[in-house]
Design a protein around this ligand. Structure first.
Ligand SMILES: C[S@@+](CC[C@H](N)C(=O)[O-])C[C@H]1O[C@@H](n2cnc3c(N)ncnc32)[C@H](O)[C@@H]1O
Length: 209
């Protein structure tokens, strides 16, 4: 398998994507947004060969590295895509089709004049809710306390997703291979890691699940 085969080629005339056509099976699909070098994504996919994984990353350098490693390990249940996450979700991802979203250590853009660059905005959290399958999960982690509070507030005000877990993530709760590169780096410096898990109701509608 050449490295390029792990990369998903995007063609708007074919949108939205059909997951069975992409993966050749009907397994559930998980998406990691801003996967960096794909270290966690590859571990998640290796641990669950019956599930399918998409990694979205807009930095080409990281994306190519991830694709090469996926090809080297012949991991056929992963595709990576170079795209802005909002564009990819809006254009290519069918509604209610994603079993699990993973979004870890999204850039906080702390300066007020850069706030518009933050991924977590009303439109983005509404989009996540729409793309999540009935009963599906969203996992979010950050090392930034005020951004964590903002993210929690956004989901509470903009979506009907139920909060399942919210708070400090104990280092012992996660084996090292289930941590991202940034998480390993931050934990080594003694930073606190915050985690949020949300769930869409089993019937896919509003209200508690
Ligand atoms: C701080 S890094 C975290 C990387 C990885 N999740 C980790 O924890 O090691 C954030 C990553 O998200 C990517 N990113 C930021 N905004 C994005 C967007 N709108 N669409 C796709 N990727 C994005 C960046 O290129 C960067 O690689």
């Amino acid at each position: 398998m050449e490295s390029i085969e792990a990369m998903l080629a995007l063609d708007e005339s074919q949108a939205p994507l059909s997951w069975p056509a992409v993966f050749g099976n009907f397994g559930p699909v998980e998406i990691e947004i801003g996967m960096g070098k794909g270290t966690l994504l590859r571990h998640l996919a290796a641990a669950a060969p019956e599930r399918n994984f998409i990694g979205i990353e807009r930095a080409n350098k990281y994306l190519r590295l991830a694709a090469q490693r996926i090809a080297r390990d012949r991991q056929s249940n992963i595709r990576v895509v170079r795209a802005d996450a909002v564009y990819f979700l809006e254009t290519f991802v069918p509604d209610a089709s994603i079993a699990v979203f993973h979004i870890y250590f999204s850039d906080p853009w702390p300066k007020r004049r850069h706030a518009k660059r933050r991924l977590f905005q009303p439109r983005f959290v509404q989009l996540l809710e729409r793309k999540t399958a009935a009963g599906g999960l969203l996992h979010i982690r950050t090392d930034v306390d005020w951004y964590f509070a903002d993210i929690v507030r956004l989901f509470e005000t903009e979506t009907a997703l139920a909060i399942r877990e919210k708070g400090i993530l104990d280092a012992a709760a996660l084996p090292r291979e289930m941590q991202t590169n940034f998480e390993i780096k931050y934990r080594a410096t003694g930073k606190t890691i915050y985690a949020l898990t949300l769930q869409k109701s089993a019937c896919g509608g509003s209200g508690p699940g």
